[in-house]
Design a protein around this ligand. Structure first.
Ligand SMILES: [Mg+2]
Length: 357
């Protein structure tokens, strides 16, 4: 039996749900998030709005400047989660083993359903399953998804980023090395902005440059070197992760003296955001959800969180979302005993995001 992995990614998930539910929004640049006149951030943007450079985690005011005709709508997270459940049920009907990655994407292991003489015939034998899956999502949920099919997670994910929206891309075993060659090195799992810079310094820009590199990658990227070399030729043996272990990264600080000094609180959040970003980077992850936690002198504890469609991993983005939560929710109405920050709903950053960064 050959291995067949599909990666399904819903197209502009939050904004598409809004456009489906309100026909007046169709074809318009929809920006899900706080209005530009308020201190707030963008949670998601429709393709029409993305053309203007609007991206999630951007301040709403910036989005309003970039896209003056943008239609701002409030996020309805419960609705998106509910929809995510419907999509998951449709995916489960394929009989695949599923690893949900986030609210709008998942890996499907279709190996048990494939047939064929060799690896590539097996991949192609799963194309009708993917077509049917996309068609059911369209007809039953009124939404589109992009699917990538390949022999492993690395390639399936790159394939699903390749032709959005409403795409279906198969990366065959025979063509995978050629397919990867022209793509920027950052499409590879684990190559973030820092690694990208390190590679650029020795002239490695594309995956092809990586394939051709004759030096020791360990000298550049440490223990990630051998894996990176394998990824560059489209090899990846990571299994689907089926456990639902708690995945979050957090930090908190108890103050020596209760404080409501904005400067102190901001410095504290900035430091926590930097630590969380560093941990995310080490695990090569990004977070969809940022939560702040405050505790007052009387030990009353409150948490507030925000979820964005394109996950964040940069310290400045995490910090901005945290400041926004703290400000909007008026959590600092009296001195704080403790301030905490956490990132959850973790997943790999998308190549698109890396481009944006
Ligand atoms: Mg998506």
């Amino acid at each position: 039996m050959y291995r067949v992995i599909a990666h399904l990614d819903m197209d502009a998930f939050f904004a598409s749900i809004e456009q489906r539910d309100d026909p007046a929004l169709r074809g318009k640049p929809v920006i899900v998030g706080a209005p530009p006149t308020q201190r707030g951030v963008v949670c998601a943007a429709s393709y029409e709005a993305r053309k203007f450079g609007v991206r999630s985690a951007m301040p709403s005011a910036t989005a309003g400047r970039l896209c003056p005709k943008g239609v701002f709508v409030r996020p309805r997270m419960d609705r998106y989660k509910e929809e995510s459940g419907f999509i998951l049920k449709i995916m489960a009907d394929t009989g695949a083993v599923i690893e949900p990655m986030s609210i709008d994407e998942a890996y499907l292991d279709l190996s048990a359903r494939c047939h064929g003489e060799d690896a590539d015939a097996s991949l192609l034998s799963c194309v009708p399953i993917a077509r049917q899956l996309k068609e059911r999502i369209r007809s039953e949920r009124g939404l589109t998804a992009t699917v990538g099919i390949a022999s492993n997670k690395l390639l399936a994910k790159i394939a699903s980023d390749f032709e959005k929206p409403d795409g279906l891309t198969v990366v065959s075993e025979r063509d995978k090395v050629q397919f990867l060659r022209p793509l920027p090195a950052r499409v590879l799992y684990g190559v973030g902005r820092v690694t990208e810079q390190v590679l650029l310094r020795v002239g490695i820009r594309t995956v092809g440059d990586l394939q051709d590199y004759s030096g020791d990658l360990r000298a550049l990227v440490g223990s990630f070197g051998p894996k990176l070399k394998q990824f560059a030729v489209g090899e990846d043996d990571r299994p689907l992760e089926l456990g639902d272990e708690v995945k979050s990264i957090s930090g908190e600080e108890t103050f020596l003296q209760d404080t409501e000094d904005r400067g102190v609180l901001r410095a504290c959040l900035r430091e926590q955001a930097a630590e969380i970003a560093a941990k995310l980077k080490r695990r090569r992850l990004a977070a969809h959800t940022i939560q702040v936690k405050v505790r007052y002198g009387d030990f009353t504890t409150l948490t507030r969180q925000l979820t964005v469609e394109e996950p964040v991993s940069e310290p400045k983005d995490i910090y901005r979302l945290a400041c926004f939560l703290l400000g909007r929710q008026r959590l600092v109405s009296r001195p704080l005993r403790l301030l905490g920050l956490s990132a959850s709903n973790l997943r790999e950053p998308t190549a698109q995001q890396l481009t944006f960064w």
